[in-house]
Design a protein around this ligand. Sequence first.
Ligand code: SF4
Length: 340
Amino acid sequence: MENNASYVLKTRNLKAYYILDDLGKKKTVKAVDDVNLEIRKNEIYGIAGESGCGKTTLMKTLYALLKPPLRLIDGKVLYYRDGEEMDIYALDNEERRKLRWEYIAYIPQGAMSIFNPVLKIKETYRDFLDSHLSGKTRDEIFEIAREHIRQLGLPLKVLDSYPHQLSGGMRQRVAIALAALLKPAVIFADEPTTALDVVVQRGVVQLLNEIQDGLENTIILVTHDMGIHANITDRLAIMYAGKIIEEGNTDEIFDNPLHPYTKYLINSLPRFGDRGSRVSAPGNPPSLANLPGGCSFHPRCPHKMDICEKKIPELNDQGNGHKAACWLLNGGEGKDEGTS
Ligand code: SF4
């Protein structure tokens, strides 16, 4: 029997599509297409890829935050809590509410949406704790909030501020602090450093690192910024056109990227002391509503072969859990068009 003791989350052939009505014609946007993840306890797992590759939709699907036109088409999202396997899509609303924040927490892009703009931060803390910890007085709750803010090294004055009075970086750090408040086993952070300057980004990354160290939990970090992945993540998945096309230990991926797309992502990073020009992938990512046949990267790939246009390469283990989906590596049979 499969041992799931070291995992917090697995997905099985996960598919989540946007089903759009385009002037009476149904249009399918394959944002998450056949994704299989196995995410461990006590790791920072990164998900990288260009804008529009499906990263944020994957996060929402893992957190069961689907709203039409986004639909779960197939597959499962399984969480492991105290030895018990839970399919998040099979839980009733109350079970799912309890799972969220207490076991899994989500920091959305921009973070502003988790604050009530007319409440001071301490009132947001109170609302949050009220709904998850019963029987605490107002003073006890504010003391918990103060202690929490203090522990994370944030200034206490943020509690008496309204969200709009905080800088973007401080607001992001408070959002991260709130997400960590109930010591969840999994924290999802969606582009937590976007639109912040480099110095502020460092503070946000450091806070995520400290929280993960302290709680020994799992952080699933989505960002297009490969430099941040190199700094903070233990394992990394590269997403392209709704699929994971490479996955492995972060150091191994940076030392020995296997997929041509990953190589472009890494080669486009600036390097200290290197004044040469960086090369990014030619062309643009495909529309998820109109994907090219076979390997979705083939229109941009300098190594394209005949088979690449016809068959989808499988994500295969190339050794030590380093997986990649590319015909240069996969000598065997791939998936025929339309079977994925
Ligand atoms: Fe390039 Fe073919 Fe590999 Fe796709 S499968 S990345 S087109 S070589």
